[in-house]
Design a protein around this ligand. Sequence first.
Ligand SMILES: Cc1cc2nc3c(=O)[nH]c(=O)nc-3n(C[C@H](O)[C@H](O)[C@H](O)COP(=O)(O)OP(=O)(O)OC[C@H]3O[C@@H](n4cnc5c(N)ncnc54)[C@H](O)[C@@H]3O)c2cc1C
Length: 455
Amino acid sequence: LTQSTRIEVAQRGRRALISPAQFPRSVGELEMALRSGWDFATQLGIPIGDQLHFYELLRRLLCACDARRFGEFENESWWRFSGAQQRSPGYRRYLADGLTRTLVAARAREMSARTGGYILLQLLQDMVRPGAQVDRVLNAPTNQAWIDPWLSHLRSLGVDYRLGHRVETIHSRGDEVTGVSGHTVSWPSQALGSQFADRAKYYVAAVPVEVMQKQIKIALKRRVPELGKLDKLVYRWMNGIVFYLTEDVPLVHGHTIIIDSPWALTAISQRQFWPQVDFSRFAGGKVQGILSVDISDWEANGSYAAKGKPAKACSKHEIAAEVWAQLKASLNDDEEVLRDDMRFDWFLDPDIVQPNPSTHTNLEPLLVNTKGSWRYRPEAAMPEVPNLFLAADYVRTYTDLATMEGANEAGRRAVNAILKATGSDAELCRLWKLREPGGPFTLARLADQLVYRVT
Ligand SMILES: Cc1cc2nc3c(=O)[nH]c(=O)nc-3n(C[C@H](O)[C@H](O)[C@H](O)COP(=O)(O)OP(=O)(O)OC[C@H]3O[C@@H](n4cnc5c(N)ncnc54)[C@H](O)[C@@H]3O)c2cc1C
């Protein structure tokens, strides 16, 4: 991982706001932080009363005890908690809706105030704490930097890693898992191959929630409430598209949030983070820059090539053209940052499967921590099933957001549970709570514990 140092908020007709993605480390960064803070306070049409209201929300979150967080904030939507309905359009766009929608694909109206609020606080704390880093990215394409080395490492440890094996049934007798079975599949065509069946002593389900809900038959769901409750969890579409450019267009040294884009786009220009990657081998040197874009809202209507349709209802070509147009609309203000002649090619996540232009499926949606969903999320270990463990981003974790960190923590929890189940004396994986400011805030949280108990 390598640190990105800037965050850009771009929008049509206004100068982009660029701020350091960490506590300022130089006079230049301090100036930039002050300028972006000033612009934020004065240029975005958020009345001072609404800004103060937002600071008050942050204070409430910081001073609330755990019981209030789970008893109160968990059961309220971030939208309601933030008072968005009664506030100015600027407040709604930037503070209540924009940040959450763009950063975590979570609709402010659906996400719990607990998850939305505390993740936002984490991001803000990392921006203002000296030495902290709010945003780090891979220093090469994902396969090269991570997946391939990880796979080699696992195989070197003796793991029999079988690619293209789709589990379709988890078999059980009583409360115990007795085996799994399914088919081999080709990728990306998803064509089914031969059948397989396997048995083991312990099983880890490390597949996404929508797969646990619909794609794998799990008879145990009828016996084990923790598994049955998984069906109540909610997921939404979030997927990416990559544009290959004939010129390198660095934008900023970090993520660009296109805050007013109908499809809630975030973009990052990759080349600056990939120092070892030889671009001369991409399309014979014709590709000099790579722009990766996340599309977080697939239900809002597009304004350009989409002809008023949401991304979900567009063809792949329409999606590419619409995303490109939305990027240009917000990035090409004072100067023409993106030009059509730069666009060499594009690649839409093949998880978007389009049997015909109106019935798309998404093989990789993203869990949303909707209000009240904590009670449906299972622990990595379920006391009723001694030999099945869960390791995916929907598991209850301190991280508490559908991210790679959340999935990683769930994996560590599953490992610890297996070590316990097998009576192993191997060292447990470390787990840690998210960092919170101490001092007066600790005292405030203690006081709130008393107040919450008596009210
Ligand atoms: C577009 C997008 C951008 C994101 N950006 C970020 C980001 O910047 N930072 C971040 O931290 N998180 C990000 N996330 C979220 C993050 O990717 C997920 O939360 C995380 O990958 C979840 O990990 P997991 O192990 O639970 O599931 P996955 O990573 O989805 O892994 C599940 C695995 O199970 C396999 N599988 C599925 N079905 C079956 C089956 N039936 N049988 C066998 N195997 C099966 C899948 O092929 C996959 O390999 C993003 C997500 C999306 C969609």
